[in-house]
Design a protein around this ligand. Structure first.
Ligand code: 5AD
Ligand code: SF4
Length: 438
């Protein structure tokens, strides 16, 4: 979602006459769009500010802004700690960016210090404003994100999102369709719908749910692939599961975080589902789409996690089998209930558990990739690979696929879905050659 928000900020600035440059050295303005989910991400913001600071010394009129969830959570604290920062604004207010910039310039013109902090919570207003901003193409990718839902009411005891992104708000159907159509007009054929709880999306007026939205988007001429992320197991409904069997545009890939495999820990996390319920949900998806690739998020070392609890997470992973996953050590976040828990797990134990968990997940990912060798997969080509003479794209299962081809045809395959014979599998990608369809 931060990638999407950053693109929208860049677009808003392009429409105000700014131009995107490659490095901070060339910039008149630098925006750090930040994440507050784990402590590491927060520390990164301050080290990044430290790196940019000397540039402002050289170029006095440079504007430094901190946006996103760290801005939301820390507000004016950021300027107190890093006075070099001019603007601080949360994830719900970035559509006011052009106005905020005008204010900064006006303050500077009067010889005043520019200090602007905006951390209100008008999420619905943000969606209205997004509607009026036309999408200026800043990338040439055939694949784009569209935010359909923001915020979270689940209050998992480890998580800051309900505090930084606010309550669940769904974007109206017509706006989502209009934005998707505008993207299609620019050559986009794959759209990933975004939301902190994307499967909680609902059109307030019509009652339409995500399966219905996906059906409408799939009917747009030019849309070839649809994806959505991130879902909560609790908001999954029969119709959305069925869509994975009957919506031909919907890709066979599902990111469905479980976080842990022990019922004690799931209860303490306030996830409101058991390990068995999650496993049953996965079985229902596999019943309608046997080849579906599953992905998840895991947290190790949640307060009170015993060896037996951790073993239950490992057992769940063995049972479900994932195509890929994200895993983290528990990071206490200020203001969340779990941070107050006295039973914090020792850092060294967290590290050992994370290594064991990642070894298991990496093995599953490798096996999933290896199982594709010999198959012909439709690949949506996106950009040249880092390695010369190769283009890369994505399989239906979201695997990166590198394909060696003639320099001369590279540009012509960008944005197209072509059959690729898979010849090799790696930890994080596949490689193959264009297939003539035999
Ligand atoms: N510590 C570690 N991981 C966390 N996540 C959210 N909050 C924390 C935390 N305090 C992880 C969850 C979530 C993902 C986006 O980030 O696994 O699904
Ligand atoms: Fe955070 Fe996701 Fe839980 Fe919401 S559902 S509180 S975003 S982990």
């Amino acid at each position: 979602m931060n990638v999407y928000d950053s693109e929208r900020m860049a677009e808003a600035l392009v429409l105000s006459g700014y131009q995107q440059v490659e490095t901070a050295d060339d910039a008149d303005m630098v925006i750090l769009n930040t994440c507050h989910i784990r402590e590491k991400a927060v520390q990164k913001v301050y080290s990044d500010i430290g790196r940019i600071k000397p540039l402002k010394k050289k170029k006095n009129d440079m504007i430094i802004a901190v946006a996103g969830c760290v801005a939301q959570a820390e507000g004016a604290e950021i300027i107190a700690r890093a006075p070099v920062v001019d603007m601080v604004f949360g994830p719900q207010t970035f559509q006011q960016l052009p106005d905020m910039l005008d204010e900064v310039h006006a303050l500077r013109a009067k010889g005043k210090k520019s200090r602007l902090v905006r951390t209100e919570f008008p999420a619905a207003e943000k969606f209205t404003a997004l509607k009026s901003v036309t999408r200026a193409p800043i990338t040439r990718s055939p694949s784009a994100f569209v935010t359909v839902q923001e915020g979270c009411d689940k209050f998992c005891t480890f998580c800051v999102v309900p505090y930084t992104r606010g309550e669940e708000v769904s974007r109206p159907t017509a706006d989502i369709i209009a934005e998707t159509q505008a993207l299609v007009d620019q050559g986009v054929c794959e759209v990933t719908l975004l939301g902190q709880n994307v499967n909680a999306w609902q059109d307030r007026q019509s009652g339409l749910r995500l399966d219905g939205l996906l059906a409408q988007l799939g009917a747009i001429t030019g849309i070839e692939r649809l994806r959505f992320t991130t879902s909560h197991p609790r908001d999954m409904d029969d119709a959305l599961i069925a869509a994975h069997g009957n919506n031909l545009k919907l890709m066979p890939y599902l990111h469905l975080p479980v976080q842990a495999g022990s019922d004690n820990i799931l209860t303490a996390m306030n996830r409101k589902h058991s390990a068995a319920e999650y496993i049953e949900l996965v079985a229902r998806f596999r019943a309608v789409r046997p080849d579906i690739a599953l992905s998840s998020d895991f947290i190790v070392g949640f307060p009170g996690e015993t060896d037996a609890d951790f073993d239950a997470t490992m057992a769940l992973i063995e049972h479900v089998t994932y195509a890929q996953a994200y895993s983290f050590k528990y990071s206490p976040r200020p203001g969340t209930p779990a941070a107050e828990d006295e039973a914090q797990v020792d850092e060294a134990i967290k590290t050992t558990r994370l290594h064991r968990l990642q070894a298991l997940l990496n093995g599953q990912q490798r096996a999933f990739n290896e199982a594709q060798i010999g198959n012909i997969l439709p690949v949506l080509f996106d950009k040249p690979s880092k390695k010369n003479g190769q283009m890369s794209g994505r399989s239906p299962y979201l695997q990166t696929v590198h394909v060696t081809m003639d320099e001369a045809i590279m540009e012509s395959v960008r944005g197209r879905i072509l059959p690729v014979a898979i010849t090799a599998a790696h930890n994080n990608s596949l490689s193959g050659h264009l297939s003539d369809g035999d």
